[in-house]
Structures are given as structure tokens and as C-alpha cells.
Design a binder for this molecule. Structure first.
Ligand code: ATP
Length: 323
């Protein structure tokens, strides 16, 4: 490959900049011309390309968000939109695209590759950790630490007032952030979509906590929890335990921002490098991921369709440690 383009798409995540930096610098190191595309697939369609050299990505390894900006492009979902994107790739002589994003981004990349033959390689950038083919996604570790810090702060006020807090964390349909931040903050209960939860079980945990002298509790709820939404959970708990002082906190987008953790910067650097090297070695229509500390390439099709399993041990441990 002689010319590539790189874009960030879908929900942003801390570490996308570090991945971009790694792609741009690895490409330049190997004398591959590299273009950045602004605002995800929209930039491909609207000819928003900028040539990037090593200095274009200075001082960004520590920055959250993405300097290329991200977008959800409705136009790229249409054949006409993708045709325009392809015409621009031809105009610049782009042979391959590095797409940093989540499963939607990969779906778009795969369709584009199969339609027009431009090579694509994915780099998993999402806080949700819901991509198969990598142990962790870029941004997940930072989001986890942000959630943990926030829940720690909530705990301070919960203990001072003998309150029960229901705290919602992000993760879409996946419970990774909830499970790990819940375990790390000593939550009384953790409700995630991957397991079948019940109000009876939750109430039993509250009763048990009372018996053992717990005066305040935190319940971490994944945003994709199926049992009920967080306000309903709080309401039903109040009905069962009228004496409880119950509050709801939704952490929201703070989990998507901030300077990436060391783990995310290292992961992003390795996967950005891995994407460019993969293209040089002839990889196509795959995602670069990290498994057991090795860079591995997984068919995009597989990365989208399969799901990482929740670690059952963590569930058990969190229950045992919450008594
Ligand atoms: P996150 O999971 O963090 O939100 P994501 O990459 O899954 O990230 P999406 O908004 O689902 O975010 O997808 C990003 C973009 O990928 C879409 O805005 C669209 O441009 C493109 N895309 C998604 N699905 C398709 C599709 N079926 N065909 C073409 N393009 C698609």
C-alpha cells in the first residue's frame, strides 16, 4: 500500500487520538502517504481529507475525544453516499481505510469494502467493550476508571446520609463497565443485561445487608439492564422499603471523556500500529485486536456478529464480597 486514509466514527472514546497518532506515524515511518478524514464517513463523502505527517498528531496522545471529530453519517448508509465516498477515495488515490470506531463503523467499512474493493481495517474504539476479537476496546479502561472514581464519590455521600444509591453506568447492551466498576467499588448488587436479574433477588440482598449492619448501599445498573429502568428500580425498592432514603445517579457522558489511561494509550498505540502493519501484510476486511497481549486480526464479520462473554467468576466474586 502506498496511500491510506484514517477516520474516527460513531461514539467517541478516550484513546482514539492515541490510535490516530499511531496510524499516522506508523504509516509515515514506512513511507505510506496518510490522509486524515474529518467527521467519520461524512468526510469521505464531502471531500474533507487532510494530509497528515508525524507533526500533525503531536501532543494528542494524552487528549480525550478525537481531533478528527466523529459523526454518525446517515448518508453513508445509502448507496449514493458510498459512491461519493468511493469517488473521493479514487480522487486521492486511497487504497485502504483505517476505521476507528465500534460495530456500526465496522459494518459500514465492510459494506464499503465489498461494494468498491477499497481495503479496510478496523480498530476497536468504544468504551462499551462490546467488540469480539479483542480482550479490551480502546477507551474501556478509561471509562471504567471514570465510573469507579464517580461511584467512590457517591459512596462518600451515601455513607454520610445512610442512603441507597442506584447508579447507572454506560455500556449500551453490554455490562462490562457495570460489572467491573461495581466490583471495584464494592457495590451491593450489580445489574447487567447478560444475567437474569429479579426484584426479589435485589430485595433479598437489601435485607441481607440490613442484617449484617450495612447502613448504606450502592447498586450499579448497566444502561442496557432489561429488568427495569433505573427510576422504576428505585421506585419499586422504595415501595418495598419505605424507610430507605433512595437516590438515582446517572453518570452519563462523563464516562466518554477525559485523558486516556495508560492502558488505553498503550492499547491504542499497539492497535494503530497493528492496523498499518496488517495492511502492509495484505490484511483486508479485518479488525486489529489485542488478545492475551498479542495483536490478532479478526474478520470484521466475526467481530460484529460474535460477543465477548461476561466473566462469570467476576459475578460470583462480586456477590461473595458484597455480604
Ligand atoms: P459506538 O458503538 O461507540 O456508538 P459505532 O461505530 O457502533 O460506535 P454507529 O453510529 O453505530 O457507531 O456507526 C457509525 C457509523 O457507521 C454510522 O453513523 C454510519 O455512517 C456507519 N454505518 C453504520 N451502520 C452502517 C450500515 N449498515 N451501512 C453503512 N454504514 C453504516
Amino acid at each position: 500500500v502506498k496511500k491510506i486514509a484514517v477516520l474516527t466514527s460513531g461514539g467517541d472514546s478516550p484513546g482514539m487520538n492515541a490510535a490516530l497518532r499511531a496510524v499516522v506515524r506508523t504509516a509515515n515511518y514506512y513511507n505510506i502517504e496518510c490522509y486524515g478524514v474529518r467527521e467519520g464517513y461524512n468526510g469521505l463523502i464531502h471531500d474533507d481529507f487532510l494530509k497528515m505527517g508525524p507533526r500533525s498528531v503531536k501532543n494528542i496522545i494524552n487528549q480525550g475525544g478525537t481531533i478528527l471529530k466523529s459523526a454518525r453519517s446517515m448518508e453513508f448508509k445509502t448507496k449514493e453516499g458510498r459512491q461519493k465516498a468511493y469517488d473521493n477515495c479514487v480522487k486521492y488515490g486511497i487504497e485502504a481505510l483505517v476505521c476507528i470506531g465500534g460495530d456500526g463503523t465496522f459494518t459500514g467499512a465492510k459494506i464499503f469494502n465489498e461494494e468498491f474493493g477499497i481495503k479496510v481495517i478496523g480498530v476497536p474504539g468504544t468504551i462499551d467493550n462490546d467488540i469480539f476479537g479483542t480482550d479490551n476496546t480502546i477507551g474501556y479502561d478509561t471509562a471504567l476508571n471514570t465510573a469507579m472514581d464517580a461511584i467512590d464519590k457517591i459512596r462518600d455521600t451515601a455513607t454520610s446520609h445512610n442512603r441507597v444509591f442506584f447508579v447507572e453506568v454506560m455500556g449500551r447492551d453490554a455490562g462490562f463497565i457495570a460489572l467491573n466498576s461495581g466490583l471495584a467499588t464494592g457495590a451491593l448488587d450489580i445489574l447487567i443485561p447478560e444475567k437474569k436479574d429479579s426484584m426479589d433477588e435485589l430485595f433479598a440482598n437489601f435485607r441481607n445487608a440490613e442484617k449484617t449492619g450495612k447502613a448504606s448501599s450502592i447498586v450499579v445498573v448497566a444502561e442496557g439492564e432489561k429488568l427495569a429502568n433505573i427510576y422504576e428500580l428505585a421506585e419499586q425498592t422504595k415501595k418495598e422499603f419505605p424507610d430507605y432514603d433512595i437516590r438515582v445517579a446517572i453518570l452519563g457522558h462523563i464516562q466518554r471523556g477525559g485523558s486516556p489511561s495508560c492502558a488505553d494509550r498503550v492499547l491504542a498505540s499497539r492497535l494503530g500500529y497493528g492496523a498499518v502493519v496488517g495492511l502492509m501484510e495484505g490484511q483486508n476486511n479485518v479488525m486489529a485486536g489485542m488478545r492475551s497481549n498479542d495483536i490478532v486480526y479478526t474478520e470484521i464479520e466475526e467481530a460484529i456478529k460474535k460477543h465477548n462473554e461476561i466473566n462469570k467468576d467476576l459475578l460470583l466474586i462480586s456477590e461473595i464480597l458484597a455480604i
